[in-house]
Design a protein around this ligand. Structure first.
Ligand code: ASP
Length: 603
């Protein structure tokens, strides 16, 4: 070993011990011939002192004193020296090693470094594209090292936890065939079979189900998933899920295991986070009604009220035309915001418009509530306001925010507004993790653009107990009302602080039922045969009842690390436009490679 101790582990107990350290040079200060430098390795930073004065007694050779003067940022050095208590008054409580320093006896340069394009420190504020271009330098920053360590701990906890409970970790192929999770596939051309393609898995969904048919009973994998989606903020084209599947279970078993895994893991790897146990459960319908979102942030209330009936009594044009078009008027109470000025309200209105809404109606109840400031055009008498505020739970000093629009859209806008107002009111405690399970998702949702039904979760999700008959009704045309949109499913999500952290479901395990779902989704017989032959056949050979869940690892670690970007917890992430700035990919390939693959590129 080139070293006998780690920089960050030295403490007062180590005083007078001779150590050999190896690491990177950080800050270096020259105080009239005495050189102080911060030496950094993965464990942390320690101060090293080079004092050439023979009276200092460090035994520093002239040669080493000369080298110390040459040292620059990010050079790699080996230092031999003695740990000592820092002179009184020079301790640094901000450093874990701040009570001691190392008096260098000698230094050897192991490697030099160019001047890095940004200073390697947590508060350096370097531009992100520069950080990604020089990721190996960015990852040297202590905060990024902590993120990598945290991620390792999370994954290690998961592996140990599931191993203890009889799960087997099984790898599944990356070169596979299209697996519908609702996104576009990444394709890989086959050289040996010209004109044909593998698809990278959007998730190992069918494979884990096939493993259940194989008798594995309890499977998991830290699985890489690939989805060629238009990049939204904080999405990556490849991401990591804990993929798991269990046989002979119902929904409650999967949720209980998931809750136990998350609570144990967080108590172990991020004990400073506050958890509410047990995790609350909300049905999808309840989540939408109360929070206008299927992934509500439950660290705060700001619950929604549908006031369409009261709105219908007004002569406010926006409300009336919305109601006529089948839309809803909903909103929530912003406690204590009655004092907002016109300019502040205008800012809220701009936020609503940016979120896509036509605007925002507001009412401020000032003074003892009798002074009512309402949106231009509302002009309602105090009696109406009395009923509105009673219905919404608003009091003196509060502001009511209302939005009008088609049911699904108004929820999207309101959810954005709810989170925005929570931010203004500082209601979301970053150290709290408000988990909840959202259950009873609809089985299908209408895709307006494509004019068809899509699976809300994925096509392998089982309908809720007793709802198979509704599928028959839809297929035979004898639908008793509601159509496919009214069928509930056994799909569930785990949400936390406004993010979806996991989704899963109890699956279909009978061919006949699976075929009905494919039929509602509009797959032709040939399509089904071509894409799903393997799973339909497998279901005919004694497929056990099964279900599972797939928690995302990237977002979870980001939340635990207290960073808003998942790129901070992925060693080598892509940019928001899917580029890898380090390797400079995607990139053109040599014409011979394309020829071998029988591919011609139109450009
Ligand atoms: N495969 C699903 C997904 O990736 C999760 C699951 O149903 O287990 O979202």
């Amino acid at each position: 070993m080139l070293r006998s101790a780690d920089c960050g582990s030295l403490r007062l107990d180590n005083a007078d011990v001779e150590v050999t350290l190896a690491g990177w040079v950080g800050r270096r200060r020259d105080h009239g011939g005495i050189i102080f430098l911060d030496l950094r390795d993965r464990s942390g930073v320690v101060q090293v002192v080079f004092n050439p004065d023979p009276l200092a007694g460090s035994g520093l050779s002239l040669e080493s004193a000369r080298i110390a003067e040459e040292l620059r940022q990010e050079w790699v050095v080996q230092v031999k020296g003695r740990v000592r208590r820092r002179p009184a008054g020079s301790e640094n409580p901000a450093m874990d090693t701040g009570d001691i320093e190392v008096m260098a006896g000698s230094v050897t340069v192991l490697n030099r470094s160019l001047t890095p394009p940004f200073y390697i420190a947590d508060d350096a504020g370097a531009d992100e594209s520069l950080r990604l271009r020089y990721r190996y330098l960015d990852l040297r920053r202590p905060a990024m090292q902590q993120n990598l360590i945290l991620r390792h701990r999370v994954v290690k906890y998961i592996r140990d936890f599931l191993d203890d409970r009889g799960f087997l970790e099984i790898e599944t192929p990356i070169l596979i065939k299209s697996t519908p999770e609702g996104a576009r596939d990444f394709l890989v051309p086959s050289r040996l079979h010209p004109g044909t393609f593998y698809a990278l898995p959007q998730s190992p969904q069918q494979l884990k189900q096939l493993l259940m048919v194989s008798g594995v009973e309890r499977y998991f994998q830290i699985a890489r998933c690939f989805r060629d989606e238009d990049m939204r903020a904080d999405r990556q084209p490849e991401f990591t899920q804990l993929d798991l599947e269990m046989s002979f279970v119902d929904q409650e078993d999967v949720l209980a295991l998931t809750e136990e895994l998350y609570t144990g893991m967080i108590e172990s790897v991020a004990p400073h986070k506050r958890l509410r146990k047990p995790f609350p459960r909300l049905t999808h319908a309840e989540a939408m009604a109360r929070y206008a979102s299927d992934k509500p942030d439950l660290r705060f209330g700001l619950e929604m009220t549908d006031v369409t009936e009261l709105a219908a009594e007004t002569d406010f044009r926006v409300f009336l035309s919305t109601i006529e078009a089948g839309g809803r008027i909903k909103g929530f109470v912003a406690p204590g915001l009655a004092g907002y000025t016109t300019a502040q309200v205008r800012e809220l209105d701009s936020f609503a418009r940016e979120a896509g809404a036509g605007g925002l109606a507001h009412i401020r109840y000032r003074g003892d509530g009798a002074e009512i400031l309402q949106s231009a055009g509302l002009r309602m008498p105090p009696e109406w306001h009395g009923r509105l505020s009673a219905r919404m739970g608003a009091g003196a000093g509060d502001m009511i925010l209302l939005m009008a629009g088609p049911p699904a859209r108004v929820n999207v806008w309101l959810n954005a507004m709810r989170n925005h107002v929570a931010g203004l009111l500082n209601l979301a405690d970053p150290d709290e993790l408000a988990f909840a399970f959202v259950t009873d998702f609809p089985l299908f949702e209408w895709n307006e653009d494509a004019n068809r039904w899509d699976s809300s979760h994925h096509p392998f999700t089982s309908p809720a107990d007793g709802e198979e008959g509704l599928l028959d009704g839809c297929l035979s045309g004898g639908d008793s009302g509601g159509g496919p949109g009214a069928i509930r499913s056994k799909a569930y999500d785990l949400v936390c602080n406004g993010s979806e952290l996991a989704s899963g479901s109890i699956r279909i395990h009978r061919r006949e039922l699976q075929e009905k779902v494919f039929a509602i989704l509009g797959y032709s017989r040939e399509d089904v045969g071509e894409r799903f032959r393997q799973i339909l056949e497998a279901f005919e050979y004694g497929a056990p009842p099964h279900g599972g869940i797939a928690p995302g690892i990237d977002r979870l670690v980001a939340i635990l690390a207290g960073t808003s970007s998942i790129r901070d917890v992925i060693a080598f992430p892509k940019t928001q436009s899917g580029s890898d700035l380090l390797f400079n990919s995607p990139a053109a390939v040599a014409p011979e490679q394309l020829r071998e693959l029988s591919i011609r590129v139109d450009s």
